[in-house]
Design a protein around this ligand. Structure first.
Ligand code: SF4
Length: 394
């Protein structure tokens, strides 16, 4: 199993807990041993899914995979698969967190497949207070977890085809499988994959087995092998390499993965993430309209030092955090996205105008999302596996 970078030769670092430096995605694929989502595979997906083809696939935001062709072979022979994705509740939801859920929503709508969502409140409790992270109690992670789920599921799912595994509530379903996994994973493997040390708490070391369990639970429930596809950020790949390593020895199909690139932060960082002093790096789903306007107007761009220079030389969308927002969701019409990209490069579009155009799109998206969030509140608790115990409310 490939240890997580970095080394002195790699000027970037990608782990489930930290992304540093400018990621060379081609090099990362070599280091992780993943496969590119190439034109042939994208054409196959397009044939299967029809139009409209999702911008996250069309525009290279999903860029690599593990075993996707094998999963599609099975599906086309009549073996349905399930989707599995998740969230560790350490804070509020921002736009980057929605990406795997948006792909899941699209795949569920197109193929009618089931979704299993894992909410890892245990993980965030165990890992809090380390490496500069603030301390979170179990009460905090429960409260954040429920709030996060409302935001994530408001992307749009069929409640009847959606299962929620809220770790501290659904542990009865997860624990027998987590034990099977844990028995086959050594401490030295977790050290190699995650960089754990002798002073790492034992809950963190065990946790990866809990994160593997949802990939196998549908097979346990069905009493037969059920293939699983995990859409996730490429930084989460190490967790699931380990899941894949133990799958077949335990009699389960190896889960397939499809990875998205990181959505850049508004302050020019490689990954949209936030901390108490970096709130303007991300757009949160709870941001009021004035905050959206302020954040977008201060966002890092690929523009030039002066208007004259930009008109003459054009700008560079590839490094621009505003362009990344257009690309991901705010210009769903391919013709509009192509026009923004072309006029940015040519210098016809200036950054101020581009940002002014984006702000109302983001504000409207957040307004509509808040409406859908209220609808999810009506059904969320009924979809939590093993159910919330009476009186548990954070
Ligand atoms: Fe970014 Fe828009 Fe400026 Fe291009 S014109 S660099 S997309 S803000």
């Amino acid at each position: 199993m490939t240890p997580v970078p970095p080394s002195e030769k790699e000027p970037f670092k990608v782990t489930p807990w930290a992304v540093e430096g400018r990621i060379d995605y081609g090099r990362l694929q070599e280091l992780f041993g993943t496969s590119p989502l190439d034109d042939e595979l994208l054409s196959r997906l397009r044939r299967l899914l029809g139009e409209p083809f999702h911008p996250l696939l069309e525009r290279g935001i999903y860029l690599s995979h593990r075993d996707l062709p094998r999963l599609l072979d099975g599906y086309e022979r009549g073996t349905p698969f399930v989707l599995y994705t998740g969230r560790g509740p350490s804070g509020e939801i921002h736009l980057a967190h929605l990406i795997p859920f948006e792909l899941c929503s699209y795949l569920q709508r197109k193929l009618g497949v089931e979704l299993w969502v894992q909410l890892t409140d245990d993980e965030k409790f165990l890992f809090s207070g380390r490496a500069g992270r603030s301390e979170l109690s179990l009460k905090d992670t429960y409260r954040l977890g429920r709030e996060n789920l409302l935001d994530l599921l408001a992307v749009g799912f069929d409640p009847k085809r959606t299962h929620v595994l809220f770790d501290t509530l659904s542990i009865r379903s997860l624990y027998p499988i987590a034990l099977e996994v844990a028995k086959r994973v050594t401490f030295s493997t977790t050290k190699a994959v995650f960089g754990f040390r002798n002073d790492t708490n034992i809950g963190s070391i065990f946790f990866t087995s809990v994160q593997s369990a949802p990939a196998f639970l549908p097979s346990v429930r069905a009493g037969r092998p059920v293939p699983c596809l995990i859409p996730c950020g490429v930084d989460q790949d190490p967790h699931f390499r380990l899941t894949r390593d133990v799958a077949e020895p335990l009699g389960y199909p190896k889960p397939a993965l499809i990875h998205n690139r990181m959505l850049p932060g508004l302050l020019g960082e490689e990954k949209m993430s936030s901390s108490a002093d970096r709130q303007d790096n991300a757009i949160f789903l709870s941001d009021p309209p004035a905050d959206v306007e302020r954040k977008v107007s201060h966002a890092f761009t690929g523009g030039r030092a002066s208007i004259e220079e930009q008109r003459r030389l054009g700008a560079n969308p590839e490094v621009c955090s505003v362009w990344a927002l257009w690309r991901s969701r705010f210009a769903p019409d391919p013709a509009e996205f192509a026009e923004i990209t072309r006029t940015c490069r040519s210098g016809e579009l200036l950054c101020g105008e581009c940002k002014s155009r984006l702000v109302p799109r983001v504000q409207r998206f957040l307004r509509e999302h808040a409406e859908r969030r209220r609808e999810v509140d009506a059904w969320l608790d009924s979809r939590i596996e093993d159910g919330p115990p009476p009186g548990r409310g954070g």
